[in-house]
Design a protein around this ligand. Sequence first.
Ligand SMILES: [Cu+2]
Length: 315
Amino acid sequence: MVASPTEAGPAAERKEPNHGLRIFLIWLPIAVAAMAVIWIVWGPHLPPGSMSDTAHSQQFAIQILAFLAAPVMAFVLVFGAYALIVWRHREGDDEDGPPIHGHTRIQATWISVSAVIVLFLAAFGTYELAGTGFAGAGAGEGPSAIWRPNGTPLQIQVVAQQWRFTYRYPQFGGFETTALMMPVNQPVQFNVTSLDVIHSFWAYQLGVKADANPGVNNIAFTTAKHTGKFVVRCAELCGLWHGAMTNYGNVVSMTAFRAWAAKTRVQLAAVTATLPPYSTTYDPTVIPQINAAVAKSGITGANGYYYPPNDPVQP
Ligand SMILES: [Cu+2]
């Protein structure tokens, strides 16, 4: 039975408290605390760290998103808990609550808060992608990059094949090694390509992830800010040993990098001579011929799969 206004039931007598204000007052300290913890405690440890400018910009973006999501999440949880406790069905009370539909203030608040959050994120995302020299934030931009860092970048070609990454240095005679070395505080242009199927070059701590497609030069920029090792993984299922397609890169001082490049250039000169000339992409059908030529050159270790075979400069 629905309680009529004339019947002085217990529900009719009770004066409704200001639920909106109560929810707001419970929500406010929880939201502020969550935002403070995310910004101060959690923020500096968010992936992928800050080893490079691109990694740092991604970490900052994730920090902002988590910071903005916290009050929304807190509101959902507080509202849910409040509703379960305060608005649960009580014996003898069959009255329905007031509808939200047509409630101008709730609708206007909902639409404007959502609009502000979404529009801010769109502007923030675009700025982060394009602005302040981040140059695409570490993702592959295709063969003709829209945003480039200032200065002349060091060119490092990433050659993916089943199931290994090799690296060519065109500014140092075009040698190719399995060691990924790069100097600190120097803009680097990765030219990512593949010799067979689709792979993805993912240098986690650098915040770089770029697809490696055969016949495509996919460009990604980064500038390392700290020396040290970083892990490289293939991030595109590429066959049986996809999970084993991993190695480590090294960020070293400019002096150490120059010494390594000069030494490696000499060490690999004989192998480099058998490689196809440096190019932004390679024709996969010539790889067997290259391997045959390498084997014929008398350099031991040709295994028919990778070049250069038996690379003496493993990291
Ligand atoms: Cu792969």
